[in-house]
Design a protein. Structure first.
Length: 447
């Protein structure tokens, strides 16, 4: 009997192992991807804070935005059925979130927890407790607690106020000009959201520009914002009311990246990924792959509810190694694991530097990317702040693990398309955090 190209085994605790046997066939045709995770979170949050109704189309139905919806429902926002084509949010108004009767659980989602923290801290006379899964409870929260505390917030947590679970006693906060030591949209957005109920200017300056979905959407909802790109500085002129809007969520470029790399490295591919968000603060993956000689073109470029969108066509090509670092890193931070997979099949040695942030993502992505690709026969070394990847790899299928990290699970699945024999990815259910139908699409287009 011929082994199926994709075998999914689910155990009693809903853990999945995916066994992938490459078919060798190129990826062809037109493919749709789920909604952008960052924009999905923000549409639910701003919808909950706005007066009137927000209508959202294309919301990502991943585990992470589901957590955001559950948290804001627990604080009084009326959010309709998430499965519907249009999701509606009846907001409460800025500063009007209600004290929840139970712990808010952000699950695996750093964006839910960090952005929400700015809102909770700025709701006087209300008390909140927040937590997350084992991964999130080990991720650094001091990066948001520190500036919020400087604004007058009262937050307590484990490990000397550095780790969740956290307890928050809401306060009237004061304006701040925060010079963030890291380029993090979660830090920036947390402070700006706190600024909505502050009388005065809340200012964040970053070392390099991180994704700007919050700035775009806050403006669209009626907040007064000044952005100085050259100075990498955003000013929110508070206090600010928000008005419900229509948001059409584009496809997530971070999810498109798996298929871009698959089409680049699997021979005879010619794939169009439709309706992808191409906000310039997110398109570092396009720049890096083009630098590697990938055959990528953007078609049908347009703007949809304030975000640039395009269809992305990728054809197979012989990739070349590259060295990336600096300002490019925040623009492709979530794509480094899949970029490492691309680099395995390039000519030469690729270096990825200035990416120490990867060590505090859903897993230590530097260590896990290196160790799991090396299990498959690759030669990837860890740098303190990145990876060095030998091109021209020959991979052999074996057992690997996602370490409960969605982006690792999917990157390994794409690597398996160029491995001989069967690759089994354990804890592959993690993919549902950002891309629930990933396995079906893999089967449809690549196996
Ligand atoms: C996100 C910001 C990034 C990114 C994460 C989503 C956001 O995190 O890695 O997946 O939606 O603001 P940092 O801000 O910590 O870099």
């Amino acid at each position: 009997m011929v082994a199926p190209a994709l075998l999914i085994k689910t155990d009693a605790s809903a853990r999945q192992a995916w066994t992938i046997t490459a078919s060798g066939r190129g990826l062809q045709g037109r493919l749709q991807i789920p909604g952008d995770k960052s924009i999905s979170h923000r549409s639910l949050m701003l919808g909950a804070l706005a007066s009137g109704e927000t209508r959202i189309k294309g919301l990502l139905l991943g585990e992470d935005p589901r957590r955001t919806a559950a948290c804001f429902r627990a604080m009084g926002a009326e959010i309709s059925d998430l499965e519907a084509e249009w999701v509606t949010v009846k907001g409460l108004g800025v500063g009007q979130l209600q004290e929840p009767v139970d712990v808010l659980d952000a699950g695996n989602s750093g964006t839910t927890l960090r952005l929400m923290l700015g809102l909770l801290a700025s709701h006087p006379e209300r008390f909140f407790t927040v937590t997350g899964d084992a991964s999130l409870r080990s991720r650094p929260m001091a990066r948001v607690i520190k500036p919020l505390t400087a604004m007058g917030a009262q937050i307590w947590g484990r490990n000397n106020n550095r780790l969740a679970p956290l307890a928050i006693q809401g306060q009237i906060l004061s304006p701040i000009h925060y010079h963030s030591p890291i380029a993090s949209a979660q830090v920036k957005s947390c402070i700006l959201l706190a600024g909505l109920s502050i009388d005065g200017d809340t200012i964040v300056t970053e070392p390099s520009i991180s994704r700007d979905h919050s700035e775009r959407m806050l403006r669209a909802f009626g907040a007064h914002l000044t952005v100085d790109h050259g100075a990498r500085r955003v000013t929110l002129h508070g206090p600010s009311q928000l008005q419900g809007q229509t948001v059409i969520v584009p496809g997530d470029i971070s999810s498109a990246a798996y298929w871009m790399v698959a089409a680049a490295i699997v021979p005879d591919s010619d794939l169009v990924i439709e309706n992808v968000g191409v906000n310039p603060t997110r398109t570092g993956i396009l720049d890096a792959l083009q630098q590697m000689n990938a055959d990528i073109t953007l078609e049908n470029s347009r703007e949809v509810t304030g975000e640039p969108v395009a269809d992305i066509r990728v054809r197979t090509s012989q990739l070349q190694a590259c060295t990336i670092g600096g300002n490019l890193i925040p623009r492709l931070i979530d794509e480094v694991p899949i970029l490492a997979v691309a680099a395995l099949f390039a000519e030469g040695t690729t270096r990825i530097e200035d990416a120490a942030e990867l060590r505090v993502k859903e897993s230590d992505r530097i260590a896990v990317t290196a160790s799991q690709l090396n299990h498959l026969g690759a030669s990837v070394s860890e740098l303190p702040d990145g990876l060095e990847i030998q091109g021209g790899a020959t991979l052999t299928g074996t057992d690997v693990d996602s370490f409960t990290d969605h982006r690792i699970a999917m990157s390994l699945a794409i690597a398996a398309l160029r491995a001989s024999g069967a690759t089994t990815i354990h804890q592959a259910e993690a993919a549902a955090v950002s891309y629930p139908p990933f396995a079906q699409t893999l089967e449809q287009f690549a196996l």
